[in-house]
Design a protein around this ligand. Structure first.
Ligand code: GDP
Length: 325
């Protein structure tokens, strides 16, 4: 299929074409890369936008259960929902926390839902780029909502927040001590904190946890992109499907406010610049990963170790010799 046909099929919402295009952007082959870029540039002209919702939480907090319930609720409202995963574990170990096909069984059977596991790549930068491009493909394919899931470890939250319009943090009910465990930086990224498992015997703990986080959020610096009262902490039960409508209402209210006040556009523009910067960095690093650059690196390292060259002089030499064209 040529790029023009693939473009048209994606715009028509053809799921197989979408899956194929995602495989294309995940490929490391030079010719695939070129075709992927052509496709993405073509699709970008149509300026279709979804609501992109990032979701993070530690393993076991209930992400897949939440996505299944929340996704089913959205499709029940007549919305088309895509689910993508950014899985830093697959980058490290070749294994995957998020890729399991048996997750989200009901949602995966929905006609208006599309679920794609995380690509396995050798580094988070690679996963990030593929995922961002997969999000763009889903947007072009006419999904109303794109959910981007990640595990709460390391840098992956930043990466997901940079490709999301809204960032949700899913937490489990826990004692006060664990509040400290959520890094301040992650709290600052969150637009909504959802305390999951607010059901059965866990409900009183969830209520307390939610109040604790609401308090912690109030102490954060006010962000210009938020109306009064945000970010918020809410309770949900993914299993009993409680609180999901309210969470969705909050997401819509926040989105509407940001759209009306110019923050939506602004955030998207900032994100584009962030990804431009990342692409430049990645491309520069790739130049230093060729066989000849690697052997020069080893040679210069030897000289630095012996004290024959200073680290700065060796670095300058390396860049002079290997960053051209
Ligand atoms: P993930 O690793 O974050 O994707 O978490 P899962 O969705 O696989 O859920 C981990 C465990 O928590 C499973 O045993 C779920 O049944 C349970 N769980 C998820 N959501 C809820 C909830 O709302 N209430 C209760 N009680 N358990 C839940």
């Amino acid at each position: 299929m040529d790029t023009e046909q693939l473009t048209q099929k994606i715009l028509d919402g053809d799921r197989r074409a979408l899956a194929r295009a995602i495989t294309l952007v995940e490929s490391g082959r030079e010719d695939h890369r070129a075709k992927a870029q052509e496709l993405l540039s073509e699709l970008a002209k149509h300026k279709r936008q979804s609501l992109r919702i990032g979701l993070s939480g530690t393993p076991g907090v209930g992400k897949s259960t939440f996505i299944e319930s929340f996704g089913m609720m959205l499709t029940g409202l007549g919305l088309r929902v895509a689910v993508l995963a950014v899985d830093p574990s697959s980058a490290r170990s070749g294994g995957s926390i998020l890729g399991d096909k048996t997750r989200m069984e009901r949602l995966s059977r929905e006609r208006n839902a599309f679920i794609r596991p995380s690509p396995s790549q050798s580094h988070l930068g690679g996963v990030a780029r593929r995922s961002r491009e997969a999000v763009a493909l889903c947007e072009a394919s006419g999904f109303d909502v794109v959910l981007i899931e990640t595990v709460g470890v390391g840098q992956s939250e930043t990466v997901v927040a940079e490709m999301s319009d809204l960032f949700l943090l899913l937490l489990a009910p826990a004692g006060g001590d664990e509040l400290q465990g959520v890094k301040r930086g992650i709290m600052e990224m969150a637009d909504l904190i959802l305390v999951n498992k607010a059901d059965g015997p866990l409900k009183p703990v969830a209520t307390r946890t939610c109040a604790d986080y609401a308090g912690a959020l109030r102490l954060l610096r006010k962000r210009p992109q938020d109306p009064e009262g945000y970010p918020k902490a809410l309770m949900v039960s993914a299993v009993e499907q409680h609180g999901l409508e309210q969470a969705w209402e909050e997401m819509q209210a926040l989105t509407a406010w940001r759209r009306d006040n110019g923050h939506w556009e602004h955030r998207r523009a900032d994100q584009s610049c962030y990804w431009f910067d990342q692409e430049v960095r990645q491309a520069l690093l790739a130049r230093l990963h060729t066989a000849s650059a690697q052997s020069a690196m080893a040679e210069l390292s030897g000289q630095v170790a012996k004290g024959a060259l200073t680290p700065a002089a060796a670095a300058q030499q390396m860049l002079q010799d290997h960053l051209k064209g």
